[in-house]
Design a protein around this ligand. Sequence first.
Ligand SMILES: *Cc1c(COP(=O)(O)O)cnc(C)c1O
Length: 369
Amino acid sequence: MKFNEVLENCKIYEAGKPIELVVREYGVDEKDIIKLASNENPYGTSPKVTKKIQELSQNMFMYPDDSMYELKESLASKFSVESENIIVGCGSDQVIDFLVKAKCTKDSKILMSKTTFAMYEIYGRQAGAQILRTPDDEHNLEQFEAMYKEHGADIIFLCLPNNPLGECLDKDEVYEFLKKIDSNTLVVIDGAYQEYASFKDSKKEIKPADLIEKFPNTVYLGTFSKAYALGGMRTGYGIGQLSIIKTLYKIRPPFNITTLSLAAAIEALKDEAFVQKSIELNFEEMKRYEEYATNKGFSYIDSYTNFITMKFDNRYLSSEVAQNLLERGVIVRDLTGYGVNAIRITIGSQKQNTRVFEVLDEVLEELNK
Ligand SMILES: *Cc1c(COP(=O)(O)O)cnc(C)c1O
């Protein structure tokens, strides 16, 4: 059968491996599996959210409030914007899809960093757009500017901080860059890990209200999947000027998040203490990874997120390290597919991390034989 020809250039997104797969394929006991491949919050869901979901379990027969009134009001007050400036998606992934659909046709160009979030390219290719990448792995705004001058772009994606590497540009340099961008170019600031970055270093913090006021051609993306510990509930949002958000609503399908997701997100916003605690513990535990890498002589990227990217240079193949870890029940993300000889490890709980170091020691010894 013939399909839309743009799909010939589309790849399937490869998600982090699920626990069930490791049980099935390697016979590891489920309780011994440590999943640190999808940047989930290792401290689980806030008990307040869990309680709310239990109360609402009788309500599943009903469609959710499609206006998402309460969630948008809560987000609007958190970010000091109007609720008309917000669109909620089935994960911020879906908002990326809306943005690409709103802006791109077959003649469009999308500019992004060489090693960044895979969904920008996937949605871009579905629209038939041409993908332009800067040469360096990490975000380099001089390169962005040079390529923008040479080729132009309909959309520019900046991932701040960047997944899967963990680096983060300063707000001031981003603003300087934005001044040079044409008002008809949409710039998407993906803030999936902004809660972590702004905790670690206030110079990284991008406030959506300030961003969209100064630069009306930008959209800020946030998600409940990472610091807010709701990856399974698939809820994210975009914040932008009314004219952009209104256009995105033409693309949004009705009821795009579930009744339970909606309630979970509203409740999660009420438990900021849980989020703060998760973020503090994240950076305490991250220090242990930095020490581990230093002791082994590995380099790592200074991370503003809830994961760390450890590089193996010429000493090991990251694919082999990741595979050996997997067979022992530790799931991490190999970055070979991104052209980088490194693994990305989500920072787990103290107990999980201690176990990761033990297993990693074992694996490295095995690979040295
Ligand atoms: C996790 C992530 C998202 C979106 O996740 P959703 O679960 O779809 O909200 C977006 N961008 C980056 C960079 C991410 O890492």
